[in-house]
Design a binder for this molecule. Structure first.
Ligand code: T3D
Length: 261
């Protein structure tokens, strides 16, 4: 297991937990953190990985304040190149994971930090969490996937307003808008998020990955294409030991014991 400094990484009972770990700067993304996050995600994407679910959160009072503005944020920097070289690799690795991803948003999620938070399959927020499309406040456009994900979650009108106004959105408002799955009291966030992520880690991994795949495809397919995609993915899920176990457990009126195969 590599040693990380700017993230914490644990893998227990099939559940991987990545915590951004620069709490004094609200877990702002410097080069080292981006590289370590990428490395951890690559480990999870190895065929032999024991991980069956991933939980992402932040240490301290923030989830992630986006790009570290103290690190090279000058007009001499080519920010397009910075995105393609240092953000897109981890965002792509995250999108390509074949396990479900939960984010536990424990505080402010701003800029690219918000992009990471809302790219999870299930977003849980603490009641004091804040979502901020901070980019416009420093003269930038939203990036790290925000312009793809956010309008799909909350619609064009709200997404555009968040992006143009650069105002903080509370967790309760994010819930009302459909940006997060649930909001829980601050002191219950990690317990709730870990229980949810562990349930996914104990689940039928092939089917869960199939759901990820189908949800991603539904963003671009028409109805007939999506029906065809469901048939392909269901063929795979229907051939797993977990499907046999699920049906057998139902008939035998007992909880299923999924193995992820
Ligand atoms: O090339 C590229 O990298 C392009 C990619 C861009 C992607 C982006 O993410 S652009 C957007 C970058 N993020 C921001 O603009 C957010 C900046 N931060 C804030 O607006 C506020 O800090 C927050 C609203 C997030 C939180 O406010 P508050 O009052 O709760 O905390 P604070 O006091 O502002 O911050 C606490 C500390 O964290 C403070 O340091 P200090 O004074 O205690 O030494 C602050 O400077 C530091 N901090 C917060 N955000 C960042 C940061 N340091 C570096 N980079 C940050 N993004």
């Amino acid at each position: 297991m590599p040693t990380f400094e700017t993230i914490k990484f644990e893998l227990t009972d099939g559940l991987a937990v990545i915590s951004f770990n620069r709490p004094e700067l609200l877990n702002a993304l410097n080069s080292q953190l981006k590289a370590e996050f990428l490395k951890a995600l690559r480990m999870l994407n190895q065929p032999h990985s024991a991980a069956r679910a991933l939980l992402i959160t932040g240490e301290g009072r923030g989830f992630c304040a986006g790009a570290d503005l103290a690190e090279g944020a000058t007009d001499a920097v080519d920010m397009g190149a910075s995105l393609t070289d240092t953000y897109h690799p981890f965002l792509t690795e995250l999108a390509n994971l074949n396990i479900p991803v939960v984010s536990a948003v424990n505080g402010v999620a701003a800029g690219a930090g918000m992009s990471i938070a809302i790219s999870a399959d299930i977003v849980l927020a603490s009641r004091s969490a804040i979502f901020l499309q901070a980019f416009v406040n420093i003269g930038l456009v939203p990036d790290a996937g925000s312009t793809f994900i956010l309008p799909r979650l909350i619609g064009l009108n709200r997404a555009r307003a968040m992006m143009m106004l650069g105002e903080k959105v509370t967790a309760d408002k994010a819930l009302e808008w459909g940006m997060v799955y649930d909001v829980v009291d601050d002191d219950k966030l990690m317990e709730t998020a870990k229980a949810m992520a562990q349930k996914l880690a104990n689940g039928p991994t092939v089917a869960l990955n199939g759901i990820r795949t189908l949800m991603a495809q539904s963003l671009k397919n028409d109805y007939q294409q999506q029906l065809a995609a469901e048939a392909v993915v269901q063929r795979g899920a229907g051939r797993t030991a977990d499907c046999i176990e699920g049906v057998t457990a139902f008939i035998q009126k007992r909880p299923a014991n999924f193995k992820g195969i």
